[in-house]
Design a protein around this ligand. Sequence first.
Ligand SMILES: Nc1ncnc2c1ncn2[C@@H]1O[C@H](COP(=O)(O)OP(=O)(O)O)[C@@H](O)[C@H]1O
Ligand SMILES: N[C@@H](CC(=O)OP(=O)(O)O)C(=O)O
Length: 528
Amino acid sequence: MSTTTNGYKHLSERIAEHTEEKHLPGGWVVLKFGGTSVGKFAENIADVVKNGLSTHRAAIVCSARSSNTKLEGTTNRLLRCARAAEQGSRAYEPIVEALRVDHIQAAKDTLKDGAVLAAFESEVNAECEGLVRILESALHLSEVSSRTEDLIVSRGEKLSCRYMAALLNDGGTPAQYVDVSEVFKTPSPKKGGVGDVFYPNLAEALGREVEACGDKVPVITGFFGNVPGGILSAVGRGYTDLCAALVAVGVKAEELQIWKEVDGIFTADPRKVPTARLLSSVTPSEAAELTFYGSEVIHPFTMEQVIRARIPIRIKNVMNPRGNGTIIFPDRFDDSAPGSPTKSAGLFRTRSASLLSALQRPKRPTAVTIKHNVIVLNVHSNKRTRAHGFLMNIFSILDRWHLSVDLISSSEVHVSMALHSESALLSGGGDDEYKIQNKDLHGAIDDLRSLGTIDIVPDMAIVSLVGKQLKNMIGISGRFFSVLGDNNINIEMISQGASEINISCVIEEREADRALNVVHTNLFTFLE
Ligand SMILES: Nc1ncnc2c1ncn2[C@@H]1O[C@H](COP(=O)(O)OP(=O)(O)O)[C@@H](O)[C@H]1O
Ligand SMILES: N[C@@H](CC(=O)OP(=O)(O)O)C(=O)O
């Protein structure tokens, strides 16, 4: 049997192996497991997969291992290797060694069969040697292109999936490691975005890879293909959710399951609001809005692909597999979902409550969420341009510096914008001693000064009320803002109306958790 250099069998060979496969019952269910789940609950994952096989065919997609938190996880460590190499430092060597030892230790702790363990050890050694060779080239060039960064980051998913495949095989569930990091080999990725056919073609290619595994459970690297511009800039962290979505579309799955360490989507972050309730279902638009505004339960790009193919997404808990979780699927009231029967193609839209929505009882918001690490950027015009030119100039400067705005509120001569950045400012200690450490923000502020006076309000957070029924809840904005006011929480900026399912405002970061709790107590619990 011929194999690729890394021991991975070609697609044609795997198809040939399974010409007489006997199919398992049921249709496909695609299960995605995040990095902390693979790191902490690998044996639970093996049980979930094994138990599910009695009712459906399963394909699993995994992220890179995080033994504790995502911050200390494999992907972050690989990114540190890349940064070291481009700065001409060999500081990546101990990091790669630690990754190698971690993966082998995890296998020693869980695998029973000596032969499976030995095979896994040599796979890990080969992956790590390959990684060091890539980092050495980057070191000599003092450069890490987006393609090289992708090659480095992809090792995380390769290692974790080799481990999960070994664990499943060791426990008696025949599994097949499937590396999809090179599904689209050539042409090499071009800059300039992803066209309309890119994801549908990728989904088809992924579907073929999965089908070729026959009765074995495919264990698919969540790092997929050569995305134009590089996976980290085109898709961003959390790309494994999108990979799982594309696999689900490719195999026409009955369901896509995103397994987390939380029971599903709650009315508020359950770690911060003890009275938060689990939601049995939310619409894709609500899930997207919640994700964007701080409840990062699922990558925002996941919804579009799967919902267009009418595949439901279920969020489930790896620590509580019996729970039903939360299902994300358009309901007949979700007129913003792609392909929704109630979506109107017309230009004009009436604001009056639709008959369908009016039938719903009781009306209530779906969830409340907080986005942290926000700054408010105020621009007061110097009146040298008319208002429409003013806004256009602001947006072209932000675009030039790759800054995106989360919320905006404007008058003819004043614009307030809330921007999210993990590392925008560096606190110097005293109240007024902040330094702008993000070079894009720095550049944008310098350019914006040509339009007027600029000031920045640091340490803010966005609190958002999300729900498909908000548009029909007369007085809800008033109640939302009064609850904050009654609890002495000052509102810096308000934005409502751009999305019918979201009312947001900006408050001080130090009030964020209190705001979440008072809004939840006053606008959710009395509706039980
Ligand atoms: N409305 C919400 N419902 C459920 N989880 C939420 C919500 N808002 C925020 N969260 C947080 O999102 C995280 C969900 O995922 P989890 O699997 O624990 O982490 P990870 O994203 O690292 O895989 C949890 O930390 C949870 O506290
Ligand atoms: N490992 C990648 C991709 C990913 O999807 O992660 P997770 O599923 O653990 O959020 C990252 O950290 O970004």
